[in-house]
Design a protein around this ligand. Structure first.
Ligand SMILES: Cc1cc2nc3c(=O)[nH]c(=O)nc-3n(C[C@H](O)[C@H](O)[C@H](O)COP(=O)(O)OP(=O)(O)OC[C@H]3O[C@@H](n4cnc5c(N)ncnc54)[C@H](O)[C@@H]3O)c2cc1C
Length: 386
């Protein structure tokens, strides 16, 4: 007979995805343990820009999910769990040269077709935003996007009564059967009815079949300047091009300039195919800074006070991996969010919480979530073997 479960659900990983799932499960009255090798927001969730952006998504499935998640995050921010973590802000996407201008056309068309919370309020020349660099050919001004520092959202979600925190504790083994999952934490074992694996880039250490690739990104923080000079995030259309171009590295870094409430700027970020967060190099930072200060010349008056790197969990087909494992349905995967995990966390947390209660996702999202299922890789392997 299987041992009695210690918890209804264990969440492996206290990043933004695990924290959101935990909050949704606790609200439904389940007994939830969150286990992390280091602690909350220790990995990618603590090292991101925090853009909750529809504009930066690939048209289709990812844009739909981002739009739904943005809408839901906005609801959770009004007197809800994300109040103080999520904020609204205008967003600006700028471009120069034929490829970027085409990307801006595609962006305007995509936002029109979504009819979601993000809308184009102005589309024209650089003069629409006083202070913008003269080399910018076109600027699209958006309303309705959001910003959510990952560490703040993780803290807010995990402050919910009912979450049992278990950290620092590394999961070193997982055994799943028909009625539950046993976790090996080295010093002890934990028995649960369901496991949500939200391990980000570390997923393959416990699930070697998962096709997760590390994609590092370097970020820069400046000293404080006058507040409010730049009212919202300024994103290069090169970022949109990077989402559709094959290959991770672009000759021109797709820069995003985020004005922080402190008057500082957060400037990101590179995309590099490795997992070494100690690799912060001057050549990449110089490229980011030169592109950023050409777009926003006021940055030339600021000093860099810090640079750091984080690692995204990328998947070869560009989609996250979400859903029960075909051969171990009590294990729900929620990984591979690359540069979109902060944005998608509210919606994914809600839907994965349903799966971890043995229920189907909301009907509205069932088709889109089916496309993210880990079963797509099993199917590929079977085809290859045939
Ligand atoms: C430079 C950069 C900029 C980004 N900008 C944005 C942005 O603007 N907008 C956006 O939406 N997204 C952005 N992202 C992406 C976003 O940060 C990630 O998609 C998201 O944080 C992933 O969250 P997660 O919970 O899946 O994983 P993580 O935050 O990586 O959490 C995984 C957790 O699992 C734990 N863990 C690993 N192995 C074990 C084990 N064996 N036992 C126990 N615990 C374990 C780790 O300690 C970690 O805390 C950015 C990422 C980077 C690097």
């Amino acid at each position: 007979m299987a041992p009695k479960p210690d918890f209804d659900v264990a969440i492996a990983g206290a990043g933004i995805i695990g924290a959101s799932v935990a909050w949704h499960l606790c609200r439904a009255g389940l007994r939830v343990a969150v286990i992390d090798a280091v602690g909350p927001a220790a990995a990618a969730s603590g090292a991101s820009d925090g853009a909750v952006s529809v504009a930066s998504k690939k048209p289709g499935l990812m844009a739909r999910l981002a739009s739904g998640s943005l809408q839901y995050s906005r609801a959770l921010a009004v007197g809800g769990v994300l109040e103080g973590a999520f904020s609204f802000r205008p967003a600006y996407v700028f471009g120069s040269g034929a490829v970027e201008l085409d990307a801006l056309d595609a962006l305007v068309a995509m936002l029109g077709s979504l009819a979601g919370p993000v809308r184009v309020v102005k589309d024209g020349h650089a003069t629409l935003l006083p202070g913008l660099g003269e080399q910018v050919d076109r600027l699209v001004v958006l309303d309705g996007e959001g910003h959510m520092p990952g560490h703040k959202a993780v803290r807010a979600y995990l402050a919910t009564p009912g979450v049992t925190p278990i950290w620092p504790a590394q999961i070193v083994g997982i055994e799943a059967d028909a009625v539950g999952v046993t976790l090996n934490l080295g010093a002890r074992q934990l028995r649960v009815s369901y496991l949500v694996a939200a391990l980000g880039v570390s997923t393959p250490t416990l699930f070697p079949g998962m096709p997760i690739l590390p994609r590092a990104g370097q970020l820069i923080v400046t000293d404080r300047g006058p507040r409010g000079a730049l009212p919202g995030a300024l994103t290069a259309a090169a970022y949109l091009v990077a989402k559709t171009a094959s290959g991770a590295s672009l000759p021109r870094p797709p820069v995003v300039i985020d004005p922080l409430a402190t008057g500082q700027y957060l400037i990101g970020s590179s995309r590099e195919d490795h997992s070494d967060i100690s690799r912060v190099d001057f050549a990449t930072l110089r490229l980011l800074l030169s592109r950023a200060s050409a777009a926003w010349p006021a940055l030339r008056d600021r000093r860099v006070i810090r640079a750091f790197a984080g690692v995204r969990a990328a998947v070869p087909d560009g989609l996250p991996i979400v859903g029960p494992l075909p051969d171990a349905p009590r294990v729900i995967m929620a990984t591979g969010f690359e540069g979109d995990g902060i944005c998608l966390s509210a919606l994914i947390g809600r839907e994965v919480a349903l799966m971890a209660r043995g229920e189907a996702p909301q009907a509205e999202w069932a088709t889109d979530l089916a496309a993210l299922s880990p079963a797509r890789f099993t199917a590929l392997r079977r085809e290859g073997a045939a």
